[in-house]
Design a protein around this ligand. Structure first.
Ligand code: HEC
Length: 132
């Protein structure tokens, strides 16, 4: 390999590493922000905030599965308009409470049971079902 090519390759790897680190930091801060906003009341505007801080980083602002962290998730999140079809409120609430494992899904979906109250989870279920 020529010098120039080796340098180019090295640069590409570095750039990829940098991008991955930035994305990981984004993911970590998404989760950390969620933790900070855990407790609180369940008014409509609060639920919207709760969703924005806890969920939108992965699921996207409208639940389409296109949040800023979605690209590094395996599997990536789907579109709530499809994934929630035919699912009961109880199933959805269980996934939010227990994480992916609560619904036979991947563990990349975090568990919010210790973080959010039952009322908040219930309100989130209603909220994400309404996202269009
Ligand atoms: C770290 C990224 C991440 C965060 C944050 C996150 N989710 Fe998820 N979630 C996922 C992924 C990925 C899946 C799909 C898992 C699979 O297909 O096995 C998923 C699945 C789900 C599902 C099952 C239906 C579906 O779309 O597959 C629900 C319901 C859900 N998430 C709700 C929420 C709610 C509500 C929040 C915020 C309280 C949240 N998620 C936060 C990544 C995340």
């Amino acid at each position: 390999m020529t010098d120039a090519r080796a340098r180019l390759r090295c640069w590409t790897v570095l750039a990829m590493k940098k991008q991955f680190r930035a994305k990981t930091a984004l993911l970590v801060s998404t989760l950390a922000l969620g933790t900070a906003l855990g407790a609180g009341p369940t008014r409509a505007q609060d639920i919207q905030k709760l969703y924005a801080f806890n969920c939108a980083g992965c699921h996207g602002p409208q639940g389409r599965g296109n949040g800023p962290s979605a690209g590094i998730l395996l599997p990536p999140p789907g579109d709530f308009r499809d994934t929630l079809k035919g699912r009961s409120d109880e199933w959805i609430a269980r996934v939010i409470e227990k994480g992916g494992a609560g619904g036979n899904m991947a563990a990349v979906m975090p568990a919010y049971g210790g973080l959010l109250s039952e009322a908040q989870i219930k309100a989130l279920v209603a909220y994400i079902k309404r996202l269009r």
